[in-house]
Design a protein around this ligand. Structure first.
Ligand code: HEM
Length: 414
């Protein structure tokens, strides 16, 4: 029988460097009722089917609870109103149809394939400039020097956020992304921090979008601020702001891990690094394999809207469900030799970007950024060596990536 505390072990930061042995044990029971009462799903076929199941909801965040201030106006009028607004206007990652579909459709064109392809040259130039910036150093940190600044610059440019303001929302974004950890919202200290970050980011973006409404530019914030649907109705200002928050946080907290996990995989498999150095065209297949082998988004949570029977287990209505993408991506029923890093594999249908109606909106952007970053790093870094293997990891179990990825290098190729 599978140990019902396995999922709790997975959440323990002590297992961050290599969670895959625990994920393999979890897969022995495709749908496991954890000791918390949540249902943990770890096999590919079951997760893929649940991602498309309308009885599964993404609206699983609890209504925010503000702390008691002993000011009756705050406690009985303003805070209940704020809590209602936050609960009704979640970002569309946490919403079901029809609201999800309407909000996603309002910005989809900004991520259209043609637009993304046009960005490729610019992204390439950004990566080259980042590498030029480390000339003369013999020790670098892939996370701080490349993996973080690249996606942040790109998403800020797309949204129309002044680059000088980026340092303001770095900590907010980190706090909001931590909210993807299972059970974290049961921690009052985290809830307090999350609400503060959310309110500050909302105030900042709200002010910026009021400015964009008056003087629109060719960017996503202007588009959200002036958006009208087919019946010429504006988007609610709350929905517009939280959509911007979603894109900023997604752009900050995920691609950084794809680049860092990718570089780590290449350094551990030098034959693929050598191949990429000779053939930059190999980057796309490498990125695809990193998304399967060591995915930046390891898990997502849902709740059931009705009773569901799956893999012989009955999940009751209203239950919490955890979808372990990281486990599904190494399911031997789906992938041949799944623990092998093999960019040449033909079975590439991974769940690194999720699936179904919440399939990642930024997938193509992330792929381009990571492919450009890995190809340029492979070509230009001379003699890269890991300072520590495994590197120190970020503490969360949901968003997986090194905190730092320090390398010594012999030099930089021009
Ligand atoms: C390596 C980078 C990335 C990874 C691994 C990743 C992964 C994912 C995953 C797994 C989901 C599905 C979540 C779920 O089913 O609950 C998702 C959704 C989403 N991603 Fe990404 N993402 C990445 C980069 C980006 C970027 C750069 C953006 C945009 C700027 C972005 C925007 C979004 C949005 C808006 C959603 C919500 C889609 C919806 O609910 O319809 N992502 N992402």
């Amino acid at each position: 029988m599978t140990d019902t505390s396995l999922f709790q072990q997975l959440l323990d930061p002590a297992h961050r460097a290599d969670p895959y042995p625990i994920l393999a044990r979890l897969r022995e029971t495709p749908v496991l009722r954890d000791e918390s009462g949540a249902y943990i799903v770890s096999t590919f076929a079951e997760i893929r089917s649940l991602l498309k199941d309308p009885r599964i909801s993404s609206e699983d965040l609890p209504k925010p609870r503000f702390e008691w201030t002993w000011n009756p106006i705050e406690d009985f009028i303003l805070n209940p109103l704020r809590a209602r607004i936050i609960a009704r206007h979640r970002p569309f990652l946490f919403r079901d149809p029809p609201d999800h579909d309407v909000l996603r459709a309002s910005i989809m064109h900004h991520f259209a394939s043609e637009r993304m392809k046009r960005l490729q040259g610019h992204i390439h130039a950004l990566v080259e400039a980042l590498v030029d910036g480390i000339r003369g150093r013999d020790r670098i940190d892939i996370v701080a020097d490349f993996a973080y600044p690249l996606p942040v610059t790109v998403i800020c440019e797309l949204l129309g956020v002044p680059p000088a303001d980026e340092q303001k929302f770095h900590p907010w974004s980190k706090t909001l992304a931590a909210g993807l950890e299972p059970f974290i919202r049961e921690n009052p200290a985290y809830v307090r921090e999350n609400l503060a970050a959310y309110e500050e980011m909302r105030a900042y973006l709200g002010a910026l979008m009021r400015e964009k409404r008056k003087h629109p530019k060719d960017d996503i914030l202007s588009s959200l601020a002036t958006y009208r649907d087919k019946r010429a109705r504006r988007m609610s200002k709350y929905d517009a702001v939280v959509t911007a928050i979603l894109l900023l946080v997604a752009g900050h907290e995920t691609t950084v891990n794809l680049i860092a996990n990718g570089m780590l995989a290449l350094l551990r498999h030098p034959e693929h690094l050598a191949r990429l150095r000779k053939d930059p065209g190999a980057a796309s297949a490498i990125v695809e394999e990193v998304l399967r082998f060591d995915p930046p988004v390891q898990l997502r949570t849902r709740k059931t809207l009705a009773e569901i029977e799956i893999a012989g287990t009955r999940i009751p209505k209203g239950a919490a469900v955890v979808l372990l993408f990281g486990a599904a991506n190494r399911d031997p029923r789906q992938f041949r030799d799944p623990d092998r890093f093999d960019p040449d594999r033909t079975d590439t249908q991974h769940l690194g970007f999720g699936g179904g109606l919440h399939y990642c909106l930024g997938a193509q952007l992330a792929r381009i950024e990571a492919a450009e970053a890995l190809a340029v790093l492979a070509r230009r870094l001379e003699g890269p060596r890991l300072v520590a293997d495994p590197p120190p990891y970020r503490p969360g179990a949901s968003l997986r990536g090194p905190e730092r990825l320090e390398l010594t290098i012999a030099g930089i190729v021009s």
